[in-house]
Design a protein around this ligand. Structure first.
Ligand code: CA
Length: 235
């Protein structure tokens, strides 16, 4: 996969609404990307197996075959970044629960500038992960629930540590609140979304002391949380 954003990265747009697809392509061209549009869900897999792309913008509702099953099948043979586009924000939480392996979600209607920004952000994030993830110097000690960076360390509560561990193991991946609850609590019916938010808030406060100026845990509006690797050279 070519992650060089300076050369023109190639984006596959899977969208059956012709005008919308054309506008997406226009904005991406203006931002320096090459694009290909496919309107038919059935054509996507065969096309991707023969072509190289840097990112796929995948509409959820398509004739022929829906975006969910396409996303799943792409993941069976490729790690190409995928941004899912859905018409309903309420749908996003359900999509996250399905663990499709998409890298980001955009809700219709969206601004095209926002779309371009999200495409760039996903490409940049993966580039950083590829280049720097191995130099991640945040250390998690599961025996003592302590986290350290550059010789400093902090102590976390059990839940805070578990939350950090889940997010940290898959940097860049968005976890919904309900997914986090399922992963952390034996019986997730006893906790609410707010419980997760409150633990995350405390965890972020502690991490801010360890990594000043870096936001390691990002909240994604309407979706959940994701971890971004600690950078030793920052701040
Ligand atoms: Ca559609």
């Amino acid at each position: 996969m070519n992650m060089n954003m300076n050369a023109s990265s190639r984006i596959l747009i899977v969208e059956d609404e012709e005008k919308l697809a054309a506008l997406e392509a226009d904005y991406l061209h203006n931002a320096g990307f090459d694009t290909t549009i496919l309107a038919d869900g059935d054509a996507v897999i065969a096309w991707l197996k023969q072509q190289n792309v840097d990112l796929v913008l995948l509409d959820l509702m398509l004739p022929g075959r829906d975006g969910l099953s396409i996303c799943r099948e792409i993941r069976s043979f490729s790690t190409v970044p995928i941004i899912m586009i859905t018409a309903r924000i309420e749908e996003i939480d359900r999509l996250l629960g399905l663990e499709l392996g998409a890298d980001d979600y955009i809700c219709k209607p969206f601004s095209f500038r926002e779309m371009v920004a999200r495409v760039k952000a996903v490409l940049r994030r993966l580039q950083v992960q590829g280049a720097d993830y191995r130099s991640e110097s945040l250390l998690l000690d599961a025996d003592s629930f302590r986290v350290s960076a550059e010789g400093h360390d902090i102590e976390l509560t059990t839940v805070e540590f578990q939350l950090l561990q889940v997010l940290y193991k898959q940097p860049g991946r968005i976890f919904s609140r309900s997914k986090l609850m399922d992963l952390i609590y034996q019986d997730s019916r006893i906790v609410s979304d707010r419980t997760i938010d409150s633990h995350i808030k405390k965890l972020r406060k502690k991490l801010a002391g360890l990594a000043p100026g870096q936001e390691l845990i990002h909240s994604v509006y309407g979706a959940g949380y994701r971890y971004e690797p600690y950078r030793q050279d920052a701040g």
